[in-house]
Design a protein around this ligand. Structure first.
Ligand code: NAD
Ligand code: UD1
Length: 339
């Protein structure tokens, strides 16, 4: 019997791509999402791509009663916990909202898992938990020191999950620290659909390419990097999604508690991304160099050795494929999922 896995926040960007890869790997997928930042249409499209129906519940993970009903109805055997708020700038303006939301979601999920005897959890963490003073290359044992409330919620949720695992024999968890997920599924049917003005680089560039924005502002051209712009470890979202399948396969076979970086191990600058996107799309990306964005650091990327050794996973797609797939999604869906 395939295990039935609950994806909280599974109608979002990373969740929808992971749902697709999990179904392809033979898991049965159930999604609980309140649709505050996700779209039911993303799952319709995953159904189209896989030919498999996804059981979907429009539910808030903080609502423990609603969550428990889903566990009972679907006989959930494991959870991938994506649901949460993720905008760094907003978290600085509304810290209480972020702490309340992200901690409540994780606490309510852990309580329901304990009540239902479900012991397998994959958690969406972030490279943002690391101490920037230890950049550029982060191994999992690098010191942690988030610099914004969003990052602290990830740090705290990691701590809460570890403490719960220590207290409950049956609970095991992998805390996946994502670097910079970008791109879209190669079909162009699912992708990133940010609401409002994108904060992150790749969706902003895509919208410039498609004509929704006039130009990109490069946040800082005077960093101590070869071309003066910031360097990040961009990872194709489908590689990231496969990383979740590898993590789940591993955790079901080897219960443990551990944190694992999901990145490529390589850094690219903002201007390298701009040039790669121009090549992939055949369109110019006008840009202007602006001041540094507050809270940004010059450069960081993953040491991805642990994921390779432990999970047998590594990223396959390079920057040109990330840009080509982001462009395919953007040009096939210029307004995102809204038809
Ligand atoms: P997303 O906003 O596209 O997906 C999150 C989904 O969770 C959305 O569909 C939203 O509607 C849903 N959601 C939010 N709060 C909920 C709640 N209380 N109950 C039910 N559903 C809820 O974001 P994403 O980019 O797919 O990120 C997924 C996870 O990965 C998040 O936890 C995020 O913090 C983490 N992460 C993302 C990135 C990134 O760059 N995208 C990087 C590091 C970590
Ligand atoms: C941001 C978040 C980080 C989160 C990550 C997930 C901030 C400060 N940090 O990281 O917590 O885990 O997203 O993907 O928001 N850039 C521009 N112009 C733009 C947008 C970005 O030049 O319009 C530059 C940035 O300065 C940076 C690079 O592009 O050098 C990547 O930025 P972004 O996509 O926002 O990711 P991070 O800053 O790495």
């Amino acid at each position: 019997m395939p295990k039935t896995i609950l994806l909280t926040g599974g109608a979002g960007y990373i969740g929808s791509h992971t749902a697709l890869e999990m179904i392809r790997a033979g898991y049965e997928v159930v999604v609980a999402d309140n649709l505050s930042n996700g779209s039911r249409e993303s799952l319709n499209r995953v159904e189209r791509l896989t030919g498999v129906r996804i059981r979907f519940y429009q539910a808030d993970v903080r609502d423990a009663r609603a969550l428990e009903d889903i566990f009972i109805e679907c006989d959930i055997g494991g959870v991938v916990h994506f649901a949460g708020l993720k905008a760094v700038g907003e978290s600085v303006e509304k810290p209480l909202l972020y702490y309340r939301h992200n901690l409540d979601a994780t606490l309510s999920l852990l309580e329901v898992m304990a009540r239902r005897g479900v012991g397998t959890l994959i958690f969406s963490s972030s490279a943002t938990v690391y101490d920037p003073a230890c950049a550029p290359v982060y191994t999992e044992d690098a010191p942690l020191k988030p610099v914004n409330p969003y990052g602290w919620t990830k740090f705290m949720c990691e701590r809460i999950i570890k403490d719960a695992c220590a207290a409950e024999k049956g609970l095991s968890a992998l805390l996946l620290r994502y670097f910079n997920p970008v791109g879209a599924h190669e079909s162009g049917l699912i992708g990133e659909d940010p609401r409002g003005v994108p904060n992150n680089l790749m969706p902003y560039i895509s919208q410039v390419a498609v004509g929704r924005r006039e130009y990109l502002t490069v946040h800082g051209g005077d960093y101590p990097t070869p071309d003066g712009t910031g360097i990040r470890d961009y990872i194709h979202v489908s590689d990231l999604a496969r990383g979740h399948v590898a993590a789940l396969d591993f955790l079901l076979a080897n219960p443990c508690v551990d944190e694992i970086n999901l990145g490529t191990g390589r850094g690219c600058s903002v201007l390298e991304v701009v040039k790669a996107f121009e090549r992939a799309s055949g369109r110019p990306i006008p840009y202007r160099i602006g001041p540094r964005r507050s809270g940004d650091i010059a450069a960081f990327w993953a040491d991805a050795t642990k994921a390779r050794k432990k999970l047998g996973w590594e990223a396959r797609h390079d920057l040109s494929e990330m840009c080509a797939d982001a462009w395919r999604w953007q040009s096939m869906n210029p307004g995102g999922y809204e038809l």
